[in-house]
Design a protein around this ligand. Structure first.
Ligand SMILES: Nc1ncnc2c1ncn2[C@@H]1O[C@H](COP(=O)(O)OP(=O)(O)OP(=O)(O)O)[C@@H](O)[C@H]1O
Ligand SMILES: [Mg+2]
Length: 334
């Protein structure tokens, strides 16, 4: 049994060789401090946020692309792997995709956790490499392809050819940053403080970063900053555009930088093949059209962009011997 894990800052997704994605849950852990044990992970822990007594802590152990809590990250990985493998006798090979900003020490901790959960061998793969394979692109040819994976914490950009990464970059401008920008805009424009979850919903329902025309809108609830009472207002695609367009342009500038670092032959390939958008942020309304027009290259959203990385990890198993950069055989389970 081969298991692929996308350890995202927002969601963890696990895919299994012959079945595809088998687990998709938020990266949250609930921990009993008195008994020193995990009581819930994923969906179950997510429901407990803000509803637990003091001796239980509910945490997001990976926030903004860094591991803020080592122990909880390990516990979370162990629990998720156990959930998928059950009490089987075979030890699985595990391939993991971890946030690109994680340090070496942090990745050791993640590898250890996978071993404790019973991995025979653990491999690490870089997020954009998995993402582009999950988008259905064959990266073994001498043909350049480019992917932009927009998650919650980071946007990872890479040009891949012959199973290796030719140019890459990772910036901390992604979903969470856009949500924060919306919170800030609504509080300064309407004097209403909204939560980040509300801002995220507004982004999904009412964003239009290409051609806002007032047709996409949503009612949001928050607390008035002066009156202190709950209030609701309608925000439109014009508002969301104002709030997030600067961040979106920064993201596009980062893509342009990578294009400029790409050798000319490969740049020609990308012009022909187009650019693939993956990760949840790829679904930002109008982003594909805005990027296409700004970069002069066709940009298309991959099928089911949220699960590209998890599906890509499974594709990676098939080419494990051939993958060069972006791919690191880590260790054997003793
Ligand atoms: N329809 C949508 N429009 C805009 N953004 C969306 C949409 N759907 C999901 N997102 C955003 O996608 C992000 C989550 O994407 P994803 O699950 O790929 O992140 P992740 O892999 O957990 O994070 P990272 O790769 O940074 O570790 C969230 O910020 C969410 O708001
Ligand atoms: Mg991701």
């Amino acid at each position: 049994m081969d298991i692929g894990i996308d350890l995202g800052t927002a969601n963890v997704m696990i895919a299994v060789g012959n079945k595809g994605v088998v687990l998709n849950e938020p990266s949250v852990v609930a921990f009993n401090k008195k008994l020193d044990e995990v009581i819930a992970v994923g969906d179950e822990a997510h429901r407990m946020i803000g509803r637990v007594p003091d001796y239980i802590s509910v945490v997001r152990p990976l926030s903004d692309g860094v591991i803020s809590d080592h122990k909880m990250t390990e516990k979370m990985i162990e629990s998720f792997i156990e959930k998928v493998t059950g009490k089987q006798l075979f030890m699985p090979n595990i391939i993991m995709c971890i946030p690109s900003s994680i340090t070496d020490v942090e990745s050791r901790a993640v590898i250890e956790a996978a071993k404790i959960a019973g991995a025979r061998q653990v491999y690490l793969i870089e997020e954009p490499v998995a993402a582009i394979m999950g988008a259905g692109v064959d990266i073994s040819d001498a043909d350049g392809n480019m992917v932009v994976d927009i998650g919650g914490g980071t946007t990872d950009i890479a040009v891949v050819s012959m199973n290796g990464v030719v140019a890459k970059s990772s910036v901390k401008i992604a979903g969470n940053r856009l949500d924060k920008a919306i919170v800030k805009y609504v509080s300064s424009r309407y004097r209403i403080l909204i939560g980040e979850k509300t801002a995220e919903n507004a982004k999904m329902a009412a964003a239009n970063v290409y051609s806002p025309d007032g047709s996409r809108k949503i009612l949001v609830k928050g607390r008035h900053l002066v009156r202190g009472l709950p209030e609701k207002i309608e925000v439109t695609d014009y508002d969301i555009y104002e709030a997030i367009i600067d961040s979106v342009r920064e993201m596009i500038a980062a893509v342009k930088d990578v294009m400029e670092k790409t050798p000319p032959e490969l740049a020609g390939d990308i012009y022909r093949n187009g650019l693939y958008l993956t990760g949840g942020g790829a679904m930002l309304y109008g982003l594909d059209r805005l990027m296409s027009s700004e970069l002069g290259v066709k940009c298309s959203v991959a099928d089911d962009p949220l699960s590209c990385v998890a599906r890509g990890t499974i594709c990676a198993f098939k080419n494990i011997d051939k993958l060069l950069d972006g791919f690191e055989h880590v260790s054997m389970y003793k």
